[in-house]
Design a binder for this molecule. Structure first.
Ligand code: NDP
Ligand code: 8X3
Length: 254
């Protein structure tokens, strides 16, 4: 079973959390990695740490034209990337829908859904022309299981799940693979700090007294899916910490 060894990988949301861990995982394998996000200083530090085979790329995935331009302008060594990891994303708020800030909903839709589409659309023609490639999308258990306050965040991840499966259908016969990685609670990233508008205390409380997944756990699953022999497509990976599972339906009694 000869493994696939991606030579060039594009990771969005690389300035923090999963994205930075995924960049490190592929760089450790000798791959060239395009590391994109909005915070240029973070990317510069990551690239300085890992060497010239990591290309920092300042990019807001919500800006469709900027995404197109950036992909067209990639240096020759990075232009024919084998893997796109659509990781950039966020949750904003955990309140009930009737109290939510409409701007938070817009930002989640624009980033988690439309941003992912912009990057995918920019990447696919080259992959299809080369007859190989792999799109890995970051979904979430929040896309399959409802929870109070998950409203639009969970819905964006349900979109990511179904779009990933539909992409597989469209890419039938092209040699391009698609995987959706759907993690549960994962600590050590900025996810909850972003969700709670920078409130670190509230963010830390989410993971108090339990062992969440780590960004390295996620990086390993992304790396594993992309390392399978070329005839294998891993459709979906759902993973959770042992300390997290399912509970009963809620019942309102009067
Ligand atoms: P982090 O907040 O640590 O990282 C999110 C990354 O996304 C950052 O690098 C941020 O970079 C980038 N990003 C956000 N908005 C944009 C944008 N408009 N354009 C470009 N980049 C953007 O979170 P995680 O690493 O935890 O999360 C990564 C992904 O995994 C997300 O899609 C999240 O929904 C998903 N996920 C997270 C889980 C968790 O428990 N942590 C569990 C399941 C899924 P910058 O601000 O510099 O642009
Ligand atoms: C992040 C995991 O459970 O906080 O997608 O929604 S959860």
């Amino acid at each position: 079973r000869p493994a696939t060894r991606p030579a060039t990988v594009w990771v969005t949301g690389a300035s923090s959390g999963f994205g930075a861990a995924i960049v490190r995982r592929f760089a450790a394998d000798g791959a060239r990695v395009i590391a994109s996000a909005r915070r240029a200083d973070r990317l510069a530090t990551l690239a300085a740490d890992l060497g010239a085979h990591v290309l920092p790329l300042t990019l807001d995935v919500r800006d469709q034209e900027a995404v197109r331009r950036a992909v067209r302008a990639l240096p020759e060594d990075f232009a024919d990337f084998d893997v796109l990891v659509n990781n950039a994303g966020l949750a904003k708020g955990l309140g009930p829908a009737h109290e939510a800030d409409p701007d938070d909903w817009e930002q989640m839709l624009d980033t988690n859904c439309k941003g992912l589409l912009h990057c995918t659309q920019a990447a696919l023609p080259g992959m299809v022309a080369r007859g190989r490639g792999h799109v890995v999308n970051l979904g979430s258990v929040a896309g399959s299981y409802p929870y109070p306050g998950g409203n639009v965040y969970g819905a964006t991840k349900a979109f990511v799940h179904q779009f990933s499966l539909n992409l597989r259908s469209d890419l039938h016969g092209t040699g391009v693979r698609v995987t959706c990685v759907e993690p549960g609670m994962c600590g050590g990233t900025e996810f909850s700090t972003v969700r709670f508008q920078g409130d670190r205390e509230k963010a830390d409380a989410v993971y108090a007294g339990m062992r969440p997944l780590s960004a390295d756990d996620i990086a390993e699953s992304v790396h594993w899916a992309t390392s399978q022999p070329p005839h294998v497509n891993v459709n979906t990976i759902e993973l959770m910490p042992v300390a997290q599972s399912f509970a009963a339906f809620q019942v309102h009694r009067h």
